[in-house]
Design a protein around this ligand. Structure first.
Ligand SMILES: NC(=O)c1ccc[n+]([C@@H]2O[C@H](COP(=O)([O-])OP(=O)(O)OC[C@H]3O[C@@H](n4cnc5c(N)ncnc54)[C@H](OP(=O)(O)O)[C@@H]3O)[C@@H](O)[C@H]2O)c1
Length: 275
């Protein structure tokens, strides 16, 4: 991995950038428009949104105004839980496409494993994939048992599993399982939603490399073959976060960071969420 535009190859052959911009809690309108444009200008080629984030229209506008050809970008969106419960997954997909102003997405994800619904949802995603309207399909917040259950009946294996993952919640078992299944792991909240940015061990490593803590964490992701999508609405941080291709963490740095794992989630537990 030597540049921001380097890619991992998903099990269906589609290339996905290792690095992208997340836009959770980025406001529809100027904020989303300017952040996405700043990221693309800085060389980002992957944007992670969701129907839930309610900013697909601005993401779509930023894509158009960026001047970068559509085929050079990798756009992810997700189907929200209510649409799984209401059996309106296909309609939700159409709405996302329309808001984004696109005729296909690069990756469409099941946002959460809604009990007794996610297998049915997956069948619709398989249909969308076969129609060529999503170049890849995947899941999010799936644990090993959700994946085993899904794969047992699936025609197409998910290409990606996007989960909470950061040094305090490193998910080693899930990462091993996904690697064996050729499912690409992608980290949400890679920076612990900002909560990890004063950690003393990370600070020491960052100082040694003359980098910031955010850069060290994001570099740890890449060296672990984890796709990462940090969010920022500030151009200087968007640039800072991507400036991680000019240094390498040593094996000892990696071990130190690995040893920080406390199995500590900041977000909801996929086995026990009520939204
Ligand atoms: N699938 C899911 O269920 C799920 C759940 C959550 C998130 N996600 C996706 O994953 C993406 C990333 O996760 P996240 O947004 O929750 O958290 P995150 O990327 O770990 O952290 C974002 C927070 O860190 C701050 N930040 C970013 N870069 C920084 C830097 N260099 N220095 C200091 N602070 C910095 C941001 O503030 P500023 O914006 O003010 O810079 C923001 O408050 C989301 O945007 C979304 O696309 C998916």
């Amino acid at each position: 991995m030597r540049s921001l535009q380097d890619t991992t190859t998903l099990h269906n052959g589609v290339k996905m950038p290792w690095f992208g911009l997340g836009v959770y809690k980025v406001q529809e309108g100027e904020e989303a428009l300017q952040s996405v444009k700043a990221a693309i200008k800085a060389g980002y080629r992957s944007i992670d949104t969701a129907a839930l984030y309610q900013n697909e229209e601005s993401v779509g506008r930023a894509i158009k105004e960026s001047g970068v050809p559509r085929e050079e970008l990798f756009i992810t969106t997700k189907v929200w839980n209510t649409d799984q419960r209401n059996d309106s997954v296909l309609e939700a997909f159409e709405t996302s496409l329309q808001k984004l102003g696109l005729d296909y997405v690069d990756l469409y994800l099941v946002h959460w494993p809604v009990k007794e619904k996610y297998k049915q949802t997956w069948k619709i995603l398989e249909k969308i994939y076969k129609e060529g309207r999503a170049r890849a399909i995947g899941v999010s917040n799936f644990t090993i048992h959700h994946l085993e259950d899904l794969i047992a009946d699936a025609e197409i294996k998910p290409m990606v599993n996007q989960v909470e993952l950061h040094p305090l919640f490193a998910q080693p078992e899930l990462r091993d399982y996904c690697k064996k299944q050729e499912i690409q792991i992608e980290a949400w909240a890679p920076l612990g939603q900002g909560r990890l940015l004063d950690h003393p061990v990370l600070k020491e490593i960052a100082d040694a490399h003359n980098k910031t803590i955010a850069q060290v964490i994001l570099r740890w992701d890449l060296q672990n073959e984890i796709v990462t999508i940090p969010k920022s609405v500030k151009e200087s941080r968007i640039i800072e976060n991507a400036n991680i291709f000019d240094f390498e963490l040593t094996e000892r740095d990696m071990e130190k960071i690995n040893s920080l794992n406390e199995n500590k989630r900041f977000g909801p537990d996929p086995d026990n969420f009520d939204f």
